[in-house]
Design a protein around this ligand. Structure first.
Ligand code: PLP
Length: 397
């Protein structure tokens, strides 16, 4: 069988392979501490489940409009306007089956083959996959260690812009580093986007997973609502990863084209879940507050323990549910230079399962430091303590 040529350009999320390996390890009778996948072991708030169930009983089980139900689009526009200082209406919102579909649709709507698109590396691997799959040139930009967290290097990013550069992917509150730009940096990114006529995918998957400070959107800066598409998702804020509901929010021409892709791809997002989403936005918010409280406790404990392990250095970001410790010293101490060997050795010797920098893009030439990613969204505090204690003992052996 000869599969289509284009599939050679399609990437994947290799973190899922780490999950499969961890599951095999469990099936073989071993204990695993799951820090690898950004899924959540926290229940969706009950009021959202009940509203969804009611919608099913009420017969909201047929197709709905390709753009999503008007009531949810309207609410989402209003909700975003409150936090983003924007002027969206429902015509700027196309509901999606999750946050992820907004990535491929953004690329398909705005990029021609041969166009260049800047994307974060280390970063969520689907950007590179979708850019390359649709015939674009994926140009990576990176983050470096700053005083308190990872930081972007705006000068280095601007130096990569050419006359063919059309798109910029910005994942502020970033997976995997937890990095966030301050308002002055965002203002500079906005100016850069306008200067070079770039359209920006603002991946705001973690906009509401924040333990201190305030999230600021690039779309809120002057002239940026016209050139930003926001990736919105219910996945993280309301612990709804498996429900698959999100939205693309942006200029109407772009959203109309995205909705045409909806018609072609899935007709519409799940109908009754959209009523659950209305409850999520308008109902009792204590479920969301509980999610943040649980995650914050996990973050504090995980970061504190990691920083006691010799050869490990870890920031404690104010947002996302990831830690991205520098493990250069630990790998040296273990005399391991290869990421996969290191990951597998830790899994087999301690049961601690994590992803490495390698799962977030091909390392960029000249990278000297080594990093791994701990997701604390799917593991309870007692297991964090137990697993990281084992990792520490292993590090000291
Ligand atoms: N963007 C980023 C940066 C992510 O980390 C994720 C999921 O982990 C997504 C988008 C997609 O989220 P979902 O499709 O579950 O809404």
């Amino acid at each position: 069988m000869q599969l289509a040529e284009r599939l050679k350009r399609l990437g994947t999320e290799t973190a899922f392979a780490v999950s499969a390996e961890a599951a095999k390890h469990v099936a073989a009778g071993h204990k695993v501490y799951p820090f690898h996948l950004g899924d959540m072991n926290i229940r969706t708030p009950r009021n959202i489940i009940e509203a969804t169930y009611k919608a099913m009983l009420d017969g909201k089980t047929g197709y709905c409009p390709n753009y999503g139900i008007p009531a949810l689009r309207e609410l989402l526009a209003e909700d975003i306007n409150k936090t983003h200082n924007t002027r969206y209406t429902m015509s700027h919102v196309a509901i999606q089956p999750g946050g992820k579909p907004s990535i491929g649709k953004f690329v398909q709507v705005l990029m021609n083959p041969g166009d260049e698109a800047l994307y974060p590396n280390p970063g969520y691997p689907i950007y590179e996959s979708q850019i390359q799959y649709h015939g674009g040139v994926a140009v990576p930009y990176t983050y470096h260690e700053g005083a308190e967290n990872f930081e972007m290097d705006l000068k280095a990013i601007e130096a990569k812009i050419t006359p063919r550069t059309k798109l910029l992917v910005l994942n502020d509150l970033q997976n995997p580093t937890g990095a966030e730009a301050d308002p002055a940096q965002l203002a500079a990114i906005a100016e850069m986007a306008k200067r070079h006529n770039l359209f920006v995918l603002c991946d705001e998957a973690y906009f509401d997973i924040r333990y201190a400070g305030t999230s600021v959107s690039l779309a809120s800066f002057k002239g940026m609502q016209e050139r930003c598409v926001i990736l919105y998702t219910f996945s993280k804020k309301y612990a709804m990863t498996g429900w698959r509901l999100g939205a693309s929010i942006g200029p109407q021409d772009i959203i109309d084209a995205v909705a045409k892709l909806n018609v072609n791809d899935e007709s519409c997002s799940n109908h009754f879940i959209q009523y659950g989403a209305i409850e999520a936005l308008t109902g009792d918010q204590s479920g969301h507050a509980d999610i943040l409280r649980i995650l914050k406790e996990r973050r504090d404990i995980a970061a504190a323990i990691l920083n006691t392990i010799p050869g490990v250095r870890c920031y404690r970001p104010n947002a996302t549910f990831y830690l991205f410790p520098n493990v250069t010293g630990l790998m040296k101490a273990k005399k391991i230079s290869d990421y996969e060997t290191f990951r597998k050795a830790a899994l087999h010797d301690t049961g601690v399962s994590f992803c490495t920098r390698r799962h977030f893009g091909t390392p960029i030439a000249g990278e000297t430091e080594a990093y791994i990613r701990f997701a604390y969204s799917g593991i309870n505090v007692d297991q964090i303590e137990e697993g990281l204690a084992k990792l520490k003992t292993w590090a000291q052996a």
